[in-house]
Design a protein around this ligand. Structure first.
Ligand SMILES: NC(=O)c1ccc[n+]([C@@H]2O[C@H](COP(=O)([O-])OP(=O)(O)OC[C@H]3O[C@@H](n4cnc5c(N)ncnc54)[C@H](O)[C@@H]3O)[C@@H](O)[C@H]2O)c1
Length: 482
């Protein structure tokens, strides 16, 4: 088996992911994004086998090959090879896509671990400049983790518009198309926001950032998001949402002064809770996915740091956030993409044909909630890693309080995109998704002055406008629609 087939994972310079299977006579590849099946002669694969080896492939496309054998189970490889030999192309594609994503994660952590470059006079100057509060204002100095993510970009822009000092941090992993993260980064750069490329697990980097800048606040949004992907790559959740969080808190507790921390938990912590609308007082001890479990763990972990070290903590449970510059792994986004391509979309229904519904919350409303949380956060009370008195600990729901069924979501998209969806109705698989979410936001209204004001129709219209503009002609067009 080993002599016949070799697997390697390729990252193309555009950010597209490929999984290749090398056979004696050909090289077979799956493009991760679009399921395109490619087949090219073996000669072209020469010299591509070693990890990190760069080879000129076809046309102007450059690949970086990473050996799969280190990062995936032999049994999985063998099953894929059997699929391929016995002509089960669909099964092969599905397995390859799953594997490609886990490999991507492993590859990225490997490459980011070695590729991170920071430090030096110029770098420090950029960090300071980005974190500087606009003259004449009494703004905050905020470290935004996950700044090139969907929510991180919007929050960073909003802070900057007010005159706050903002420094971003992001590891640009390729859980979804990294070129979208790079486009968001460009947008931030144009607004004078520097996004440091690095991982929240890098203690030296975080310590350095706090040496250079006395951050008053941390807006912690970096995380491994997505419910279903947790079954493919559980480690990435533990790595970012637990280990990374603890690392960040360790650095924050030792910083002088300690910053106040506002961070993103998730509505998914309500898990199997069936009492609606979800209130902060409801039970959250029945997570339905590993993602939810890591967010719940985050709530407990932050409580510990609040209790022992006096860190001021505010956790925000976001409910299905959507909007321009959104996440391609979320249903509203890939429904739009597939509908425009004429592809079939899978619409899930709950037990006994019940509707699946979400409390979709527009990004601008979420941003207002985040800013409200930052503005009302009290100072941390510790110094030198020691608690000096009790510190604030809060948790808020940030939702829209009006759940909409997924069927309704599709019909709004149909009108906006002017296409008819080719729907396949399927029972909701047991892979972590819950059938219904609905936020009670009374607490956030009272304490943060949080008032969501965008309905799904209006918000999706803005999303579709952005989507069409961003993906028209070059795919790289960015910044024109904000
Ligand atoms: N979008 C939603 O509907 C939603 C709902 C509930 C909770 N949340 C939470 O809100 C936060 C932001 O979500 P989003 O939708 O913007 O997701 P996103 O994936 O677009 O943004 C997260 C960013 O964090 C970065 N990142 C991940 N791990 C990292 C690490 N170890 N070090 C440095 N950077 C890292 C990623 O590259 C990404 O750019 C996340 O914590 C997410 O779990 C989002």
């Amino acid at each position: 088996m080993d002599q016949l087939f070799e697997f390697w994972y390729g990252l193309v310079n555009s950010g597209t992911r490929f999984l290749w299977v090398r056979r004696p006579d050909s090289l077979v590849g799956i493009e991760d994004n679009d399921d395109i099946f490619l087949q090219v002669p073996t000669e072209l694969a020469e010299g591509t086998r070693d990890r990190g080896y760069i080879v000129k492939f076809v046309g102007d496309v450059w690949n970086i090959g990473i050996d799969m054998k280190d990062i995936c189970d032999r049994a999985v490889i063998e099953a894929m090879v059997r699929d391929l030999m016995e002509g089960r192309r669909d099964e092969f594609s599905q397995r390859a896509n799953r594997l490609s994503k886990s490999a991507a994660q492993a590859a990225v952590s490997k490459t980011t671990a070695t590729a991170a470059t920071w430090g030096g006079h110029d770098w420090e100057r950029r960090v300071r400049q980005s974190a500087r509060v606009k003259q004449g204002t009494h703004g905050l100095t905020v470290l935004v983790t996950g700044a090139s993510g969907f929510v991180g970009t919007h929050v960073s822009m909003a802070l900057r518009r007010r005159g706050d000092g903002v420094l971003g941090l992001d590891n640009f992993n390729d859980y979804y198309d990294p070129s979208l993260k790079r486009s968001r980064q460009k947008l931030l750069e144009r607004a004078g926001i520097f996004v440091v490329e690095g991982d929240i697990n890098d203690r030296d980097l975080l310590t350095k950032l706090f040496d250079v800048v006395a951050f008053t606040h941390v807006m912690h949004l970096a995380a491994q998001a997505g419910v279903r992907y947790a079954m493919e790559n559980p480690k990435s959740y533990v790595n970012s949402n637990i280990a990374g969080l603890v690392n960040l808190l360790e650095v924050c507790k030792s910083a002088n002064p300690q910053p106040s921390i506002v961070w993103a938990s998730s509505s998914s912590v309500y898990g199997l809770n069936s009492k609606v609308p979800f209130s902060e007082k409801d039970r959250t001890d029945q997570p339905a996915s590993l993602y939810a479990a890591t967010k719940k763990a985050g709530e407990e972990i932050t409580h510990t740091y609040n209790h022992i070290y006096g860190l001021s903590i505010t956790g925000l449970r976001f409910f299905t956030v959507y909007g321009p510059w959104g996440r391609p792994d979320m249903a509203y986004f890939f429904f739009a993409k597939d509908m425009l391509k004429g592809k079939q979309i899978k619409v899930f229904e709950g037990p006994n044909h019940s509707t699946v519904a979400r409390d979709f919350t527009y990004i601008d409303d979420i941003v207002k909630g985040c800013l409200g949380a930052l503005d009302t956060a009290k100072k941390s009370t510790g110094t030198g890693g020691k608690k000096k008195g009790p510190a604030q600990f809060r948790i808020f729901n940030l939702g829209n309080t009006s759940p909409v069924s997924v069927t309704e979501l599709v019909s709004i998209l149909e009108k906006l995109l002017k296409v008819k969806a080719n729907k396949k109705i399927l029972p909701l698989p047991r892979n972590g998704d819950v059938p219904y979410t609905h936020a009670n936001i009374t607490l956030a209204q009272k304490e943060l002055n949080y008032k969501p004001s965008t309905d799904l129709q209006t918000g999706l219209k803005k999303f579709v406008r952005w989507y069409s503009s961003y993906y028209s002609d070059s795919k790289k067009k960015s910044g024109s629609v904000w």
